[in-house]
Design a protein around this ligand. Structure first.
Ligand SMILES: Nc1nc2c(ncn2[C@@H]2O[C@H](COP(=O)(O)OP(=O)(O)OP(=O)(O)O)[C@@H](O)[C@H]2O)c(=O)[nH]1
Ligand SMILES: [Zn+2]
Length: 216
């Protein structure tokens, strides 16, 4: 499983970044979970935003979890999620990956970086991926904070295969080489009109198509 640690603030994680991550994990058929960390910092409005984001991703088979590593809230659910598996933990620098790893692997004192006030993107304290044993059947791989996530080796014409809601419409467009951008009788464009596909997801798709190197 791949877990993406997401924070709304300090640092802010964009939907585009989430979508890039999910395209990558989907292309490797790795089940993914979005974990919202730093719940202790969230306002009512923020909680509404998280509910909205969850409502986009849950129907796509990406489950979501709200935790506070600082207040140790939601950690039991997190442990259940990763039990008896190898889990890749990813996310922007400063989202709390090291703090979470420390909670899961008690006899470990990983260096926890301060999120720098000026940059708000955090300083890189984890510089290479490390595997830790939570218990004999449960391991986590803590990856360095990622600022840019490249989608290596995905061709334009296969990109929509890694968006589950577009994949579900495979063969439904008039043209079988449809890129879902302007073509007549495009099932994806129709689904966006019907609000069956979230606009933010489609915008991420377009942005990934536009950016040759597929970086944010
Ligand atoms: N308020 C709050 N702060 C948190 C929480 N979890 C982590 N932090 C703080 O966020 C900062 C960054 O945490 P780290 O665990 O170093 O983040 P990281 O994702 O490992 O960062 P890199 O190692 O740079 O990739 C630290 O100051 C933590 O104390 C949380 O749940 N709430
Ligand atoms: Zn189409």
């Amino acid at each position: 499983r791949a877990v993406l640690i997401v924070t709304l603030h300090h640092p802010k994680t964009s939907l585009g970044f989430i979508d890039r991550f999910l395209v990558t994990t989907d292309s490797f058929r790795i089940p993914s979970t979005i974990v919202f960390n730093k719940s202790d910092l969230l306002s009512k409005k923020d909680l509404g935003a998280i509910e909205y984001i969850s409502s986009i991703y849950e129907p796509l088979g990406v489950n979501t979890l709200l935790i506070s590593a600082l207040k140790k809230e939601g950690i039991e659910e997190f442990k259940e999620l990763i039990q008896d598996q190898i889990t890749l933990i990813s996310g922007h620098s400063g989202t709390g990956k090291s703090t979470i790893t420390n909670l899961l692997v008690p006899d470990l004192d990983q260096k926890i970086g301060e999120v720098s006030e000026s940059v708000k993107k955090g300083v890189h304290t984890t510089t290479f991926a490390q595997m830790f044993e939570v218990n004999p059947t449960t391991k986590i791989i803590d990856t360095p904070g990622i600022k840019e996530l490249g989608l290596i080796g995905i061709e334009d014409n296969e990109l929509s295969d890694y968006f589950p809601e577009m994949r579900a419409l495979l063969g439904a467009c008039k043209y079988n080489n449809c890129m879902h951008t302007h073509e007549p009788n495009c099932a994806v464009l129709a689904a966006i009109d019907n609000e069956e596909i979230a606009e933010s997801r489609y915008l991420s798709y377009l942005s990934m198509l536009e950016n040759e190197d597929r970086r944010w």
